[in-house]
Design a protein around this ligand. Structure first.
Ligand SMILES: [Zn+2]
Length: 106
């Protein structure tokens, strides 16, 4: 199942994380890890995320490793679990507090 997300939908008008229920917060933390992993390694075509899969299939948590990449044209982050079918995209992550690109430049 593809999880298409726009990270701005999780933020308020100041770009901050508002009060979220625990389920949404868990998802946001997962997406943040992916953004940080992808943006730190944005010059690499593909890299592994610092977080593992959170998909639950038939009551079993997957826990597989997740590959991340950034589309060079759209800058949309793509991610995919190496164990199960879980995959997704994250858009509008640039210039958020989790955009780590500037830390590795210069
Ligand atoms: Zn998985």
């Amino acid at each position: 199942m593809a999880l298409i997300t726009n990270i701005q939908h999780f933020l308020n008008e100041n770009g901050e994380v508002p009060e979220l229920n625990s389920e949404t917060m868990e998802l946001l933390k997962f997406l943040i890890e992916i953004i940080e992993s992808a943006s730190i390694a944005y010059e690499r075509p593909i890299s592994l995320a610092s977080v593992n899969c959170r998909a639950v299939t038939y009551g079993e948590k997957c826990d597989g490793e997740i590959e991340v990449w950034i589309d060079p044209d759209s800058h949309i982050i793509g991610w995919e679990c190496l164990e199960c079918e879980e995959e997704g995209t994250i858009s509008n992550w640039e210039k958020t507090q989790w955009d780590k690109r500037d830390l590795v430049q210069h």
